[in-house]
Design a protein around this ligand. Structure first.
Ligand code: ADQ
Length: 514
């Protein structure tokens, strides 16, 4: 007797599984929940919908058998060592990542990397096809999996497919450099709905379809020319964080106590500045250090009154541009401390580690000025985490206008990190603005994040996906009389129906009054 295999109404597909493999002392495998924002977001969605998650386990070799973890069905996808090199480190992180981030470093193009990207995307799509129940919702994440939507549609035309881009979508002039640009656009157009961090990302995508594929577009919709009549919607639904969960953590007495301890161990500076980033060239760490170094040289600020803690999480260390960045940042920190530090009072405390959430929340509460200065960033969750942890209304957020977060948090101390002189002035302003004014700003920033948390992001995304696909209405006179119809305006994203459209700056009329 055979029993029907269980399939799932919601399948999330991401490059990585939401768990990390750990080996205990006896060499037994244990899976630990990874603390990322996506996992937290999906937790609440998956509690309501029995879900599966398809992703790579993070190790080279055969995929482990599917397993359950905290009520989630996890289906690992295997990558061999060459595929990790070519698909992940190569095409994803050394071709797409730089192109999608304004070519801050040059992108590398290699045909064998593309071949691996295609092959691995197909493997992910095949895994999805096995897990999805009839008519399921499939939610594909990010730039590593842009071919998956069309591949899943080929295998499973019955399912509803969404894709969300966590990083920026580049202007068409940059995207056009990609030798495989048409294939990527066609891969994405297999979806029913495409979500982006900012409206300008969605608009860039629509423009690329028009200019590079010659497709007709209207507003946020791209009409396919394959006779299906499908129109794909591309819109901004900016990601957020678990505001309630993080705020509760930040209010824990042990975390607040730890924040005090951190300040004490740094010699109780008058002003503690903080940077927290993956060690990535997009994050503007070098620009931040340059501005800080100049302020020190010019004696505007200096230790022991002012100090900077820079947490730089290890990242993509096998990609050359990242190794080079690390060397440069570490040399700069060494130089600043050598020239401008004092005994017992270094100018920069540089930490190249990952920390538990509690420690991050304590650091955020300890910091008077949070420096978020990316040259380009899809969203930047650190900015949202910082204001969430400041339930005391203390602190000041310096925020680059090149982050997705700035489009929601533009009351922050805004900076253009390329303008070193301007960045220096903004840092000084963040220090010297009167406390009452800073509290007013912090209250408005916190309100925005509280109202637009990650649970709302996930609900909005799935509502938009459910409103898709956008097909011409059947003609009551029969198929031969079918004529194009105006796309229905789907309710969930109607701008300004209940407030600002997500992704839009909070304007004077919608910002929170005191
Ligand atoms: P990332 O570029 O990885 O993500 P970001 O949004 O800054 O970045 O989030 C990083 C996360 O890692 C934050 O939750 C932060 O607290 C945490 N973190 C950083 N350093 C840490 C450390 N040393 N120890 C522990 N935790 C640390 C991509 C895009 C972003 C987008 C996110 C989500 O590049 O633009 O905001 O996806 O969509």
């Amino acid at each position: 007797m055979t029993s029907a295999r269980k399939t799932f109404d919601l399948v999330v597909v991401a490059n990585r599984l939401p768990v990390d493999k750990q080996l205990d002392e006896d060499g037994n495998v244990d899976w630990q929940r990874s603390p990322g924002g996506l996992v937290t977001a999906m937790e609440s969605v998956m509690r309501a919908n029995p879900g599966a998650w398809v992703g790579w386990s993070g190790d080279a070799g055969e995929a482990p058998a599917p397993f359950y973890e905290d009520g989630m069905h996890l289906r690992p996808v295997g990558l061999n060592a060459e595929e990790i090199r070519d698909f992940y480190e190569g095409f994803s992180n050394d071709t797409l990542w730089p192109i999608y981030h304004d070519v801050i470093v040059p992108a590398s193009f290699h045909r064998e990397w593309w071949a691996a990207y295609e092959r691995v995307n197909r493997r992910f799509a095949e895994a999805v096809a096995v897990e999805a129940a009839p008519g399921a919702r499939v939610w594909v994440q990010d730039y590593q999996l842009q071919l998956v939507p069309a591949l899943v549609r080929e295998l499973r035309p019955d399912v509803r497919i969404g894709w969300f881009n966590h990083i920026p979508w580049p202007p068409v002039e940059l995207f056009a450099q990609l030798p495989w640009r048409a294939r990527i656009l066609e891969g994405l157009l297999g979806a029913d709905f495409l979500g982006f961090q900012r409206q300008s990302d969605a608009r860039n995508f629509v423009r690329a379809c028009r200019q590079l594929l010659g497709l007709k577009t209207k507003g946020d919709r791209v009409a396919l020319a394959d006779g299906s009549g499908r129109r794909i919607r591309a819109a901004a639904i900016p990601i957020s964080i678990d505001y309630m969960g993080l705020e509760a953590l930040a209010k824990r007495p042990d975390v607040m106590e730890r924040a005090k301890e951190i300040r004490e161990s740094l010699g109780d500076p008058k002003v503690l500045m903080l940077g927290v980033d993956r060690l990535d060239y997009t994050k503007g760490i070098r620009h931040r250090l340059k501005a800080y170094e100049e302020l020190l040289h010019e004696r505007h600020i200096g230790p022991p009154d002012v100090t900077l803690v820079q947490v730089a999480t290890p990242s993509r260390e096998r990609v050359e541009a990242y190794r080079y960045l690390r060397e440069e940042v570490e040399q700069t920190v060494g130089r600043i401390n050598g020239e401008l530090g004092q005994i017992g009072a270094p100018a920069v405390h540089y930490l190249h580690h990952s920390y538990p959430r509690e420690e991050m929340a304590a650091l955020f509460q300890a910091a008077d000025v949070m420096l978020v200065t990316p040259l380009r960033d899809g969203m930047n969750l650190v900015a949202k985490e910082y204001v969430t942890c400041r339930h005391d209304l203390g602190g000041a957020l310096v925020l680059s206008e090149f982050t997705g977060a700035w489009h929601e948090l533009h009351q922050a101390f805004t900076c253009n990190p390329h303008d070193i002189e301007g960045l220096k002035q903004t840092m000084l302003r963040a220090i010297s603005t009167p406390t009452r004014d800073k509290q007013r700003i912090m209250r408005a920033l916190r309100r925005r994040v509280a109202d637009h948390d990650v649970q709302r992001w996930a609900r909005r995304y799935l509502a938009a996906l459910d409103a898709a696909p956008d097909l011409p209405a059947p003609d009551p006179r029969g198929p031969s009389a079918a004529a194009p119809v105006a796309p229905p305006e789907s309710a969930p994203l109607a701008p300004n129906a209940t407030g600002p459209a997500d992704g839009e700056p909070v304007t004077a009329s919608t910002s929170v009054s005191e």
